[in-house]
Design a protein around this ligand. Structure first.
Ligand code: DP6
Length: 335
C-alpha cells in the first residue's frame, strides 16, 4: 500500500567521527580523500517523509517546516539520482525535521541524507541493501554514508574511480560498547564555512594537506584495534589526535578556518583536566563550535556537570550510541 502511494518515512541519527573525514578525491561522486570512523548517536534524529507525485515535475522541500532554497537545491540534486535509478521523472514532496539545531556542527547533513536515501528509495519501490544505501547517501553528504549503520562504523576511502567501494560498514554494535556522548552546544546559528567549502580550501591552500593524507590509515588501524579491544585510553588518544590534526590542517588554510569559539576551547581544556584526574573521557570537534565529549557510561554525570559549568556553554545534550537508519511505518514505529 505504501509503495502504491509512492510514499515512505525514515529516520536516521547523526554520527560523530572519531577519525575524521576531511578532503575529497572526487567532488562529483563525493569520494573521500581518506577513510573515517564514527559513532552513531541515539536521541538526536532526523525524520523524513518522501512522496513522489507522478504527474508533477517540480519538488517541494520543507526542512524543519521551512522552505530553504539552498538546502532544497541540494535535496533535489540528490532526488535526481534516485529518479535516474528508478527511471522516472516524478516530482517529490519532502518533509524533513530534526529534533536538534540544523547545520551547526551537529551533523544534520549526515542524518538528513541517510534518512532521505532510505525513504526516497523505498518511496520509488527500489529495494537496496544497506551498503548500497550507504553508497547512495554518500552522494548527498559524505558523512551520511556512516549514518546508515548504528554503533561504531567505518567508511572506506575506496580506490575505485566509480566509488562502488567507498561505502560504510558496521564495526561494532551500539550495545557492545555503550559509550556515552555529551554535546556542549556553544553557539546556535549555522556555521560560516560549510564542510565541503572548508575541505576544498584546506586541500587547495593548507601546507599540511599531504601530511594529513599520509597518516590517516595508521590512525584508522589504531582506532579499529582500540574498539575491538574496548581500549578507551587508546581510542581517546587517537580520536583527540585526529580531531586536532584536522583542525590544524583547516587552521593553516588561507584564509584560516577557525571553527572554534572561546567556549569550545574552554570545554576541551575541561575535558583534558577531567581525564588527567582519572575520568574516562575525550573530546572531538567537527566543522562548527560544538564540543562533543565521549565517555564511559559511569563518567557521564561528571562530564555533563563539568561542561555545564563552562562559561559560554548554552546547553548540554547527553546521548548514547544509536541504531541504524530505518524505515518507519505510518504510526512512526520502526517498520
Ligand atoms: C568535520 O559529510 O558534512 O564532520 O561530504 O561535503 O557533505 P560533505 O561533508 P560532511 O563533512 C563532515 C566533516 C566532519 C568530519 C566527519 O564527519 O568525518
Amino acid at each position: 500500500m505504501t509503495m502504491e502511494r509512492h510514499l515512505a518515512t525514515a529516520q536516521a541519527h547523526p554520527n560523530i567521527a572519531l577519525v575524521k573525514y576531511w578532503g575529497k578525491r572526487d567532488v562529483e561522486l563525493n569520494l573521500p580523500a581518506v577513510g573515517s570512523l564514527s559513532i552513531t548517536l541515539d536521541r538526536l534524529c532526523t525524520r523524513t517523509t518522501v512522496r513522489f507525485v507522478p504527474d508533477r515535475r517540480e519538488d517541494r522541500i520543507r526542512i524543519g517546516g521551512h522552505e530553504d532554497a539552498t538546502a532544497a537545491a541540494r535535496v533535489s540534486t540528490f532526488l535526481d539520482l534516485l529518479r535516474q535509478r528508478a527511471g522516472v521523472a516524478w516530482g517529490a514532496e519532502v518533509e524533513s525535521t530534526n529534533n536538534f539545531p540544523t547545520a551547526a556542527g551537529l551533523a544534520s547533513s549526515a542524518s538528513g541524507f541517510a534518512a532521505l536515501a532510505v525513504a526516497g528509495t523505498r518511496a520509488l519501490g527500489l529495494d537496496l541493501a544497506p551498503m548500497e544505501l550507504s553508497e547512495l547517501a554518500r552522494r548527498g553528504s559524505g558523512s551520511a554514508a556512516r549514518s546508515l549503520f548504528g554503533g561504531f562504523v567505518e567508511w572506506a576511502r575506496g580506490v575505485r574511480a566509480d566509488g562502488r567501494d567507498s561505502v560504510a560498514r558496521p564495526l561494532l554494535g551500539a550495545q557492545e560498547w555503550p559509550l556515552r556522548v555529551v554535546i556542549a552546544v556553544t553557539a546556535r546559528g549555522a556555521k560560516e564555512t560549510g564542510s565541503s567549502a572548508g575541505m576544498r580550501r584546506s586541500a587547495e591552500t593548507s601546507p599540511f594537506q599531504s601530511a594529513w593524507l599520509d597518516h590517516q590509515d595508521a590512525d584508522l588501524a589504531v582506532a579499529r584495534t582500540a574498539i575491538a579491544r574496548r581500549d578507551f585510553a587508546a581510542l581517546a588518544e587517537v580520536a583527540e589526535h585526529s580531531c586536532l590534526k584536522m583542525h590544524a590542517l583547516a587552521l593553516a588554510a588561507r584564509p584560516g578556518l577557525i571553527y572554534w569559539n572561546g567556549a569550545t576551547v574552554e570545554g576541551l581544556q575541561r575535558v583534558r583536566a577531567l581525564r588527567r584526574a582519572g575520568t574516562a573521557v575525550f573530546f572531538t570537534i567537527d566543522a562548527g563550535p560544538q564540543l562533543k565529549a565521549v565517555c564511559l557510561p559511569d563518567a557521564v554525570t561528571t562530564v555533563a556537570q563539568a561542561l555545564r559549568e563552562v562559561p559560554g556553554v548554552l546547553e548540554v545534550i547527553e546521548c548514547g550510541l544509536g541504531e541504524a537508519a530505518a524505515l518507519l511505518d505510518e504510526a512512526g514505529a520502526a517498520a
